[in-house]
Design a protein around this ligand. Structure first.
Ligand code: HEM
Ligand code: HEM
Ligand code: SF4
Ligand code: SF4
Length: 425
C-alpha cells in the first residue's frame, strides 16, 4: 500500500512508455523504503526544488571511491531515504556479464539496499541505487569476497575504465579494446580506489572512429582505434554493391538498400573528397582520408581498415553541467596498442600527462581545463610531442605561436642590425 499521496508522480505512469514510477512502486511492495523515494520526489515537484542534500564522501575500508553519498534534507518525513547512497560496481569490459553473477548481485542488493539498480550509469558502471551507511561495509565484504566483484571509481580519482565491444564481436576494431580496458583497470587499481587527483579522470577505449562509447566526448583520455596505412579495398565486392547484389549499410537502412548509388551515397559524402571511380574500380587517396569510417560503414564487405593498426589518443573531453561540453583534442596521432608489452606506449602517454596534471592542475580542474589554461602548444611540450597540422583545433583560434630561445639560431642575442638589413631588401 502506498505510504504517501503522490498525484504528480502517479501522472508519470500514464504515458505509452514504461514508467520508472511503476517500477518504483513494484519494488516498494518488497522494499517499503522505496515509498519514500516516490514521496520525496512528489514533495520536490511541489516545492520546485530538490530535497537531496548533496553528498559528502562515504567510503569503505581502504577505498575512497566507489560510493556516492546521498542524504535527504527532510529525513523525518521520509526516513526510508534518510541515507540513500549510490554504489558503483566496476562493470566487466564491454559489459559481458555472467548471468549467475547478476542474479547473485541482485540478491545481495535486495538484502543490503533498496533492490533498485541502474544499468549503466554515465561512467559505465553498474549502479546500485540507495542504501544506508551501516550497510556499506557488509555489502562491500560480501561483494568482494563472495562475488569477487569490485567497486568502480568515484571522487577525484580514476573512474571505471570503459570500452566498446571491440574485437569480441566487431570486425572494425583496430585494437583489442577489452584487453586494454581490463589491463588498465588492473594496472591502476590504486588510482581507481584512492582519490589522489585534482579531479576526476576518465579513460574510454573505442576500437575504431565510429567511437561506440563516445570516447571523444566523455573522457579525459580516449584511445580511438585507427590505422596508418591504406583502407583495404575488395574491388569484386565493390562491384557487387554497385550491381545491387550486396546490400549497403549491412541492410540497416532499408530505404537506401533499394537504389544504391555509390557516387551519391559514398563518394560525394566523403568529407575530404578523396574517393573516385576509375572505370568500375573504386580509388582512394589515403593521404587525404580522415578515417571518418563513412565509406567503410556503407560498404563493409568491400572496405576494411588498413592492417597497420593502433589508436589515436585524444585528451580533455568533459561534459560539465555549468559551462558546457568540450570534446577531446587530438594529442597523440598514433600509437601501437600492444598487449604483449602491456600497452607500454599507452602507459607512457597516460603517466606523462598524469605527472604534469597532478603537479600543476588546480583543485577540481579537469585535464581539458588545464590544457585550455596553459595552451595546447605548452601541453604538447609537456607530452614531448612535435606539433603537426592535425593539432590545430580550429583554424585561427590562435595564430600566434611563439618561438623559444633555444629554437632560434643564435638565440635572442642575434645582431638586430644584420636582421634589419635583410628585412629591408
Ligand atoms: C565590407 C568590408 C569587409 C568585408 C566584406 C570583410 C570580409 C572579411 C572576411 C570574409 C574575412 C575572413 C574571415 C574568415 O575567414 O575567418 C576577413 C578577415 C579579416 N578582415 Fe575583413 N572585411 C571587411 C572589412 C575589413 C576592414 C575595414 C578591416 C580592417 C581595417 C578588416 C580586417 C580584417 C582582418 C584583420 C581579418 C583577418 C582576421 C583573421 O582571419 O585572423 N576587414 N574579412
Ligand atoms: C603587421 C601587420 C599585420 C599582421 C600581423 C596581420 C596578421 C594577419 C593574420 C595572422 C591573418 C590571418 C591569416 C590566416 O588566414 O591564417 C590576417 C589576415 C588578413 N589580414 Fe592581416 N595582418 C597585418 C596587416 C594587415 C593589413 C594592413 C590589412 C589590410 C589593410 C590586413 C588585412 C587582412 C585581411 C583582409 C585578412 C583576411 C584574409 C583571409 O582570411 O581571407 N592585414 N592578417
Ligand atoms: S567503436 Fe568501432 S570497433 Fe568499437 S564497437 Fe563501435 S564500430 Fe566496433
Ligand atoms: S574513411 Fe571517410 S575520409 Fe576516408 S575515404 Fe572513407 S569516407 Fe573518405
Amino acid at each position: 500500500m502506498p505510504k504517501h499521496e503522490t498525484p504528480l508522480m502517479d501522472d508519470l505512469e500514464k504515458g505509452p512508455w514504461p514508467s520508472f514510477v511503476s517500477d518504483l512502486k513494484r519494488q516498494a511492495e518488497k522494499n517499503p523504503q522505496c515509498w519514500d523515494i516516490i514521496g520525496q520526489m512528489e514533495l520536490s515537484f511541489k516545492d520546485r526544488m530538490t530535497h537531496w542534500k548533496h553528498g559528502g564522501i562515504v567510503g569503505v575500508f581502504g577505498y575512497g571511491g566507489g560510493i556516492v553519498g546521498r542524504y535527504s534534507d527532510v529525513p523525518e518525513q521520509f526516513p526510508g531515504v534518510a541515507h540513500f547512497h549510490t554504489v558503483r560496481l566496476n562493470q566487466p569490459s564491454s559489459k559481458f556479464y555472467r548471468t549467475d553473477l547478476l542474479r547473485k548481485m541482485c540478491d545481495l542488493w535486495e538484502k543490503r539496499g533498496s533492490g533498485m539498480t541502474n544499468l549503466h550509469g554515465s561512467t559505465g558502471d553498474l549502479i546500485l541505487l540507495g542504501t544506508r551507511t551501516e550497510e556499506l561495509e557488509p555489502l562491500f565484504y560480501d561483494l568482494t569476497h563472495d562475488l569477487e566483484w569490485d567497486l568502480g571509481g568515484s571522487g577525484s580519482n580514476l573512474r571505471t575504465p570503459e570500452c566498446c565491444i571491440g574485437k569480441a564481436r566487431c570486425e572494425w576494431s583496430c585494437y583489442d579494446t577489452q584487453a586494454t580496458c581490463h589491463g588498465m583497470t588492473m594496472k591502476y587499481q590504486d588510482e581507481i580506489h584512492r582519490p589522489a587527483f585534482p579531479y576526476k579522470f576518465k579513460f574510454k577505449f573505442s576500437g575504431c572512429p565510429n567511437d561506440c562509447v563516445a570516447a571523444i566526448a566523455r573522457s579525459d583520455l580516449s584511445a580511438i582505434g585507427t590505422w596508418r596505412d591504406n583502407i583495404r579495398i575488395n574491388q569484386d565486392e565493390v562491384k557487387k554493391y554497385i550491381s545491387g547484389e550486396n546490400v549497403p549499410n549491412g541492410g540497416g537502412i532499408p530505404a537506401k538498400a533499394k537504389k544504391f548509388d555509390i557516387q551519391k551515397e559514398v563518394i560525394d559524402l566523403c568529407p575530404t573528397g578523396c574517393m573516385w571511380m576509375e572505370g568500375d574500380a573504386l580509388k582512394i587517396d589515403d593521404a587525404e582520408c580522415t578515417r571518418c569510417m563513412h565509406c567503410l560503414n556503407v560498404m563493409p564487405k568491400a572496405l576494411r581498415p588498413g592492417v597497420d593498426q593502433g589508436a589515436s589518443v585524444m585528451m580533455g573531453a568533459k561534459a560539465p553541467i555549468l559551462d558546457g561540453a568540450q570534446l577531446g583534442t587530438l594529442v597523440v596521432p598514433f600509437i601501437k596498442m600492444d598487449p604483449d608489452n602491456e600497452f607500454e606506449e599507452l602507459v607512457d602517454v597516460i603517466e606523462k600527462c598524469w605527472d604534469y596534471w597532478m603537479e600543476h592542475g588546480k583543485n577540481r580542474e579537469r585535464l581539458g581545463e588545464t590544457i585550455q589554461r596553459i595552451g595546447l602548444p605548452t601541453f604538447l611540450r609537456v607530452m614531448e610531442i612535435e606539433p603537426i597540422p592535425q593539432h590545430v583545433k580550429e583554424p585561427r583560434s590562435n595564430p600566434y605561436v611563439f618561438w623559444r630561445e633555444e629554437e632560434v639560431e643564435g638565440g635572442w642575442q642575434r645582431d638586430v642590425k644584420e636582421f634589419r638589413k635583410k628585412h629591408a631588401q
